[in-house]
Ligand binder design. Structure first.
Ligand code: SF4
Ligand code: SF4
Length: 343
């Protein structure tokens, strides 16, 4: 992998060059929260953000996605995916890039999803490193470092960045700047290693995932699921903000007169009371405890069996979004029988 350095005072110039590759989006601050948005000016970008409200999955699996329309006389009119604009998504943390790599496995592996894949091709990814806060446990989920899934990745070294070039497109971006980027020096590498070590020590939250699928197997009937279910409001916020939750519902909107309409998919959540309801009125997960349990088992056990790793990347969004403070790290600790943990 090619590695370069970029003095920080040249970042503005690099950002202006990026516009020839597409519309630049980055985290911006709104009332103390952060969201990925199209930038009207580069100075709005906040690369020192803790986490965005919604993860970058909104660019690839939008909250509401029209799959096709149908019109009398025209038949089916497919979504014009080629018309989606080219976007440069600047400022993703490692855990969110890892989340996209997991979505790639879901939407580009056993099942090919042309909507997801077309958008993935149209969006370039530029990562930045971060400092963990009280809700982050990405190191426990092995998602605090990525070696693929980005075009460029910026590691903060104080007055300069160490820049990893991940793809040919990333290389094109670097080459388009002329001589803005420089070769790395031994001092850069020493600084990178020192900061990398300091970051590992900065995590306050730790989740032990070794043998977790086996613990889940053994604790299937634990009373903990009822305790957590009794507190859960079934609001679905934890699923909406999760970078790797991908359940969706498909519904037709038929116009009055039934001569035209559209089919869309919208984000769904396994925490919603009707998620497992089927024709005839049967609901396979009617109780809240069974729905909470399902979400944990899918992420920490079922996904491991299917894809070889948990689908949680430890971003902490579900912890900060839950209105009743249900904390995934504490639920796992309690399941392990670690004393003084409260879910
Ligand atoms: S389960 Fe929670 S911590 Fe894990 S990836 Fe989803 S939102 Fe992040
Ligand atoms: S955010 Fe909290 S209350 Fe809402 S569904 Fe998830 S666990 Fe339940």
């Amino acid at each position: 992998m090619k590695v370069l350095r970029l003095p920080k005072e040249r970042l503005d110039l690099f950002a202006s060059v990026l516009q020839q590759f597409g519309e630049v989006h980055a985290p911006v601050e709104q009332n103390g929260k952060y969201a990925f948005r199209a930038l009207s000016r580069w100075s709005d970008a906040r690369l020192d953000y803790p986490r965005t409200i919604l993860p970058p999955k909104k660019y690839f699996v939008p909250p509401k996605d029209t799959l096709f329309q149908y019109k009398e006389g025209l038949g089916y009119v497919p979504a014009d995916l080629a018309a989606d604009r080219r976007i440069i998504l600047f400022g993703l943390h490692s855990c969110d890039i890892y989340g996209l790599n997991i979505l790639d496995q879901v939407f580009s592996g056993k099942y090919d999803d042309p909507y997801y894949q077309a958008r993935r091709k149209n969006v370039a990814i530029i990562g930045v490193d971060c400092i963990p806060d009280e809700h982050c446990f990405c190191h426990s989920m092995r998602a605090d470092f990525v070696d693929k899934g980005f075009d460029l990745f910026f590691q903060d070294l104080g007055d300069r960045y160490l820049v990893m070039v991940g793809t040919a497109l990333g290389d094109d971006m670097v080459l388009a700047t002329g001589s803005l980027f420089e070769p790395v020096t031994p001092e850069d590498l020493a600084e990178y290693k020192q900061r990398s070590s300091a970051k590992r020590k900065a995590f306050k939250l730790h989740v032990e995932i070794r043998d977790l699928p086996e613990i889940f197997e053994l604790e299937y009937d634990s009373s903990l699921w009822k305790q957590v279910g009794d507190r859960c409001l079934s609001c679905g916020a934890c699923s909406m903000v999760c970078p790797t939750c991908y359940c969706f519902d498909v519904a037709d909107d038929v116009d009055l007169g039934a001569r035209s309409g559209s089919r869309s998919r919208t984000w769904d959540s396994c925490l919603f009371s009707t998620h497992a309801m089927v024709a005839g009125g049967e609901n396979f997960r009617e109780g809240r405890a069974s729905r909470v349990k399902f979400r944990y088992y899918h992420k920490q056990r079922g996904f491991v069996a299917e894809y070889g790793r948990p689908s949680c990347v430890g971003c902490g969004r579900c912890i900060s979004a839950c209105p009743v403070n249900i904390d995934i790290s504490q639920v796992i600790s309690q399941l392990r029988g670690i004393e003084n943990a409260t879910a």
